[in-house]
Every structure is written in C-alpha cells, then in structure tokens.
Design a protein around this ligand. Structure first.
Ligand SMILES: [Zn+2]
Length: 306
C-alpha cells in the first residue's frame, strides 16, 4: 500500500490515491492529492540548486532518481518561486542511508523549514489556485505582500499567514496574551516574547531605507523533526508569499531584515517559549550573529555556508 499518487490527471474516470496507515496526517494526504493535481516535489524544482544542496554521498545510488531536477519546460510555477515550507518538500534526512542529512538548505536558516508535514503552505495553495481557478474572477486587485485575488470572493485578496484586510494591508490581530502585532522599531532595543500553546504575530517596521535588526535571545521548543513541536518563524527577506525561516533547533545566522518589514510568527506548544529583541539601523553588510558567543553551541560545521 504505502502513500502514493500518480502524477496529474490520467483519464476521465476517478483515479486512486493511496493513503496507508502511516499516511493519515493532513500534510501527507494533501501531499498525495497535490501529486494527482500535477504537483511535483518542491526539491525537484528547476531552480533548486540555488536553494538546496543534495548530499548524494548519504543516499543509495538506486534512490538518486528521487532527487532529479524537473525541466523548466515541463513544470509551471506561476512565478511563485521556491518555497522551503512547501508540503511537497522532502525532509532534511529523506532517503538517508547513514542517518546523515541528505538535503542541506543553501541558506542555513531554512534547515528547519523543509519537510514540514502539517499541511499545504500559502504558496502551495496559491499555485493550485493559479493552476485551476485563475480565470474565476474578471477583476484584479492590488493585493499586497504576495496576496492574490480570492477565487471564492473576487473583492478580497487571499493573504499570507499573518496578514489580512481586503488587500493584505493589515497585520493579523493577536490574542491579548501575545501583545500588540503591529510594532514600530526604534533606535533603541525593544523586546517581544511569548510562551505556551498559542500563535502570535508580530510585524516590525523600520523607517524607509532602514532595516530591522533582530536577535533571537530565547528559543525553547521540543527538538522534534522539522519543528513539528512548535517554532518561531522569522520572515526576514520580505517575500511574504514564501514560508519564512523556522527555528526550533538551529540558531539564526542572520540578524537584519532585507527590507523595512520583519514578520515574526510564534507557534508554541505547552512548554515553548521565545524572546526576540529588535531595533532599527542603517543596512549593514555584516549581518552574521556570532552563535558561539551568544548561545554556547555552534551550528554544526556542515551547516556553515562559505
Ligand atoms: Zn510525493
């Protein structure tokens, strides 16, 4: 049995999707259904060499075909780009023959983001809507932050997690225990923190042409694979349609936003906790955090990007 589906629509009769006893999670079921909708694995994306490094020495050569790159001429991604948080992305240890990692992310900040099995990402759903529902609405809207016209309500945009309003112009409203979600960075350092089982959103804004400088000063999450026990997600590159960098095990190696906005999402379980300090300053080229000094534990050598 196993978990599998054949790629794309095959004929005019219903086709089988196999959901075995270990495949019942929403993430796995939607992964298989997406195959039937025509989705290939994200790590086979034609631009994947800019995003991941496959460690072939840790994979049996009979399984190397699972990491073949799809041609750009056969795959349409609607300009959405490579999403580390796609439900179609394999885990860091998929097909390992020796327990070592088989997929390293080029930007080490995304090592905990790949391989999530919770459910489709915003970019997954956006791609699906572009493929099947793009002609539903006759109008266009100036959706912000990577949002797009909602095929179920042509007067509104579908927004990435953390954003809302008609055009994704608003940040999500927090429950009281999280504190305010709309934050303005100042020259002096401020701190946000949250603990326990809840979801909190924080959009931190710097003035025009300035950058948000941040430091993850506390991070406590159970070390489950791929952050399944909670994480703090920091979207520092400003492309909000793509999943941000999730941290539960590894430490950030960046400390400033690429543009004026920094989005922080806390997804906590009972024993989780995080705290992040922030301020604004002029853009700097030296953005690495010294992990050894800060936490006493270095990122493993093989994770280092030269
Ligand atoms: Zn698959």
């Amino acid at each position: 049995m196993d978990c599998w589906a054949r790629l794309g629509k095959e004929g005019t009769t219903p086709q089988e999707i196999s959901i075995d006893v270990n495949c019942e999670s929403l993430g796995t079921v939607t992964h298989e259904i997406a195959h039937a909708f025509g989705f290939v694995h994200e790590h086979k994306h034609f631009e994947r060499d800019d995003y991941i490094i496959v460690q072939y020495e840790n994979i049996n050569s009979t399984q190397w075909f699972n990491f073949d790159i799809e041609l750009e001429s056969t795959v349409e991604d609607f300009g959405i780009g490579y999403d580390y948080g796609s439900v179609m992305h394999y885990r860091g240890n998929s097909f390992t023959k020796n327990k070592n990692l088989t997929i390293l992310t080029v930007d080490p900040n995304y090592q905990d983001t790949i391989g999530q099995e919770v459910g489709p990402s915003f970019a997954d759903v956006k791609k699906l809507n572009f493929a099947y529902c793009n002609s539903t609405c006759p109008n266009t809207l100036n959706c912000e932050r990577g949002g797009y016209v909602d095929p179920n309500n042509c007067n509104r945009c579908k927004c990435p997690e953390g954003f809302g309003g008609q055009l994704c112009e608003k940040v999500a409203v927090n429950i009281k225990a999280c504190g305010a979600s709309n934050l303005t960075a100042t020259r002096s350092t401020q701190v946000i923190k949250a603990a326990g089982a809840k979801t909190c959103y924080y959009l931190i804004k710097a003035p025009t042409n300035k950058r948000v400088f941040f430091n993850l000063i506390k991070k406590a999450f159970p070390n489950y694979w791929q952050c399944s026990g909670g994480y703090v997600e920091i979207n520092y590159n400003g492309d909000f349609k793509l999943t941000g960098a999730r941290y539960c095990f590894y430490e950030p190696t960046v400390s400033q936003s690429k543009h004026e906005e920094l989005l922080v999402i806390y997804k906590g379980a009972e024993d989780s906790e995080f705290a992040l300090s922030y301020r604004y300053d002029d853009p700097s080229t030296a953005s690495r955090v010294n992990n050894i000094e800060k936490t006493g534990c270095a990122i493993p050598k093989k994770m280092e990007k030269n």
